[in-house]
Design a protein around this ligand. Structure first.
Ligand code: NOJ
Ligand code: CA
Length: 649
């Protein structure tokens, strides 16, 4: 096993750290420190005065997730730096070295008065890469928040990158820089100041301050996953969960992972509207049909967008018109919620805020009480607006515009999560703050977007290309579940030149259910489109959204990935494999299966002529009897896939 080393010291009064892997540098000397809006900084004049060490070996159980039992095994080193110039000033840097990464956070005392308000203007934390390499990133300062196609290039080209930020040092390990337990603080991205010198950049408030806190504060964890293989990054994400606080919810019995359908894709295709009129999507009649479909297929819910008053005006630019408790007259909320429960499924609520936060917060208590009253157990929220247009009204009623990943947004999400939990409602946030593992503490914050999802295949220019999902498996997905919304079966709608629409084969759409984890997983297409491929649809009926074990067995970023997971509710295993631009033969030893058990492998794979561009529907559904001793070979098409259920016999 590789050994990760951390060194920490004071260099001319400035705190520094460095990270090694098997003695070889990964991060060269990197600075740490803080600047504040007023009063002294904690940047220079800091001497290392104490080191404490500890270690932990613990296994804890997840309410739902990629695996049931998570191992937290780490050695801890807490280094205290005392300020020579600030009375009572000190920074304790707490490092935790895991088998596959290292993390650290700052516990800061800027003077003796713990509660004195302070404003952080700069966190000086650096990640100084020991050498060049390759990088995969989305740009941090653009209007569309996290919804970008990943850039791939040399490390030096990544000017400002969101996290998780994925890297590979030349001849060296794969790395992922991210953060864990983002609470009461601003989200970070990394800014490349000089070649390979990445500095933490905190998202500012509208007045320019970065974090509003008190003199004694604790930061989120800054995390560095390290792996020899790209798939080690996927398999190493428990670090993020281990750095979050344990579950705060006493009763979690009402949380229900599973597949849902929705009145949704039709609006993105332009067939229905969110607002009222003759093409209104959210009608009682259509919702009934979706409920019937969900009930017949044992799905957990039916999302309905555009059910509430507010979509008819200029909702996109004026979210203040949105009403979160009044349905349109052609949508009978109470009757539909009751009907869904009679049929053994539930409505899923929708709160599109259009990033008009004060308007939403003023109605939130009533909105969640309404959902609880009618038996809605999950809500999809949305914050459509450009980055930096997150609108709050200050005490004087003046509009202030915040960032979607600033401290205000972080605290807003926290308020929503806690309020929702008190009404037994789970949250699926679109245009969210990125995931930092808070689902361990608040398992009702089940999933989120924060990715260029399937919706871009309806109207994006360009749509998501073949390499997109095999890239996000190694980038965005390292932060946590994504509501990517797979399962489009009509892949060629309005296709004009072959290059528009969904750039995958049908088998790849199925494989995404296993590759891209979410405890709430959408079957995103119009329900009538599933009838065209009933054999393939069977996989969506079977696939769970809650696992007892997950292993990424092979892959290369942007190119392919093979993921296997074990169902939490049975002895069945599932496999999902996807490719990017190139067709590829894959060979999968089945040694992850239980020894001595026979399985029926129900295989949904690309056919011999499959290709995303001109033959996406060429597929084969077949079944074979296998054991752990077998090895399976598959030919995956360009932007193709294979999905398998291994049903234990
Ligand atoms: C953007 C979301 O990503 C999408 O899923 C939703 O339909 C629209 N906003 C409207 O709320
Ligand atoms: Ca979106």
């Amino acid at each position: 096993m590789a050994a990760i080393g951390v060194e920490v010291w004071s260099q001319a009064g400035e705190p520094h750290y460095a990270v090694t892997l098997d003695g070889e540098p990964v991060l060269s000397p990197s600075q740490m420190g803080f600047r504040f809006a007023s009063g002294p900084n904690l940047e220079a004049g800091l001497e290392l005065t104490g080191i404490d060490t500890a270690s932990r070996e613990e296994i804890w159980e997840q309410v739902w997730g990629e695996r049931q039992f998570v191992r937290d095994h780490h050695n801890e080193l807490a280094a205290t730096f005392e300020s020579e110039t600030v009375e009572g000033g000190r920074i304790t840097v707490r490092f935790r070295a895991f088998d596959d990464g290292v993390a650290f956070r700052f516990e800061v005392e800027r003077g003796a008065d713990a509660d004195a308000p302070v404003v952080i203007t700069d966190e000086l934390t650096e990640f100084m890469l020991a050498r060049s390499g390759e990088a995969w990133w989305t740009p941090a300062n653009e209007f569309n928040r996290y919804e970008y196609i990943y850039s791939t290039g040399r490390v030096e080209e990544a000017a400002n990158a969101h996290t998780p930020f994925t890297l590979r040092l030349d001849d060296g390990p794969y790395l992922s820089i991210h953060e864990a337990a983002l609470v009461n603080y601003s989200g970070m991205h990394v800014d490349q100041r000089r070649d390979r010198q990445f500095e933490v950049e905190l998202r500012p408030w509208s007045d320019g301050g970065k974090v509003r806190t008190t003199a004694h504060f604790t930061t989120p964890w800054r995390t560095l996953q390290i792996g020899d293989e790209a798939v080690d990054l996927i398999n190493g994400t428990d670090i993020i969960l281990n750095l979050n606080e344990p579950n705060q919810l006493e009763d979690t019995s009402w949380l229900e992972p599973g597949v849902y359908v929705g009145i949704w894709w039709g609006m993105h295709l332009g067939e229905f509207t969110w607002g009222s009129g003759e093409n209104h999507g959210a009608t009682t009649e259509r919702t009934q049909a979706y409920i019937d479909f969900a009930a017949e297929n044992d799905f957990v819910g039916v999302l309905v967008e555009g059910w509430n008053i507010g979509w008819d005006g200029d909702w996109f630019n004026n979210g203040d018109i949105i009403d979160f408790t009044t349905p349109y007259p052609d949508f009978d909320l109470e009757a539909l919620a009751a009907y869904a429960q009679e049929r053994g499924t539930r409505l899923i609520g929708h709160h599109e805020t259009s990033a008009a936060i004060t308007n939403y917060e003023s109605q939130m208590a009533d909105a969640f009480a309404l959902y609880e009253q009618v038996g809605i157990r999950a809500v999809k929220t949305g914050y459509v607006d450009d980055a930096g247009e997150y609108m709050r009204r200050d005490e004087d009623g003046h509009a202030r515009y915040e960032w979607h990943d600033g401290q205000f947004a972080v605290e807003h999400h926290q308020r929503v999560t806690e309020l929702a939990a008190s009404h037994r409602v789970a949250v699926n946030a679109h245009e969210p703050v990125k995931d930092t593992g808070l689902r361990r503490t608040w398992p009702n914050f089940m999933t989120r977007e924060g990715v260029r999802g399937q919706e871009f295949n309806a109207w994006g220019d360009p749509p998501n290309g073949p390499a997109h999902t095999p890239t996000i498996a190694f980038t965005r997905m390292l932060s946590g579940p994504a509501d990517f919304t797979p399962g489009i079966f009509d892949l060629t709608f309005e296709r004009q030149d072959g290059a528009r629409g969904v750039q995958t084969t049908l088998a790849k759409q199925l494989a995404l259910y296993v590759v891209l984890y979410s405890p709430l997983q959408m079957a995103a297409d119009l329900i009538e489109n599933y009838g065209a491929h009933p054999q393939m649809f069977q996989f969506i009926r079977d696939v769970p959204a809650d696992w007892s074990e997950s292993i990424a067995v092979q892959g290369a970023i942007g190119d392919h990935v093979v993921q296997v997971r074990k169902d939490r509710a049975s002895e069945d295993w599932y496999l999902g494999a996807i490719t990017g631009e190139e067709a590829r033969a894959i060979r999968v030893p089945l040694d992850f299966l239980e020894d001595g058990v026979t399985y029926e492998a129900q295989i949904y794979r690309d056919g011999p002529d499959a290709h995303w561009f001109d033959s996406p529907y060429d597929y084969v559904v077949e079944s074979r009897t296998v054991t752990a001793a077998d090895v399976l070979d598959f030919d995956l098409a360009a932007s193709g896939g294979v999905a398998i259920r291994f049903a234990a016999q």
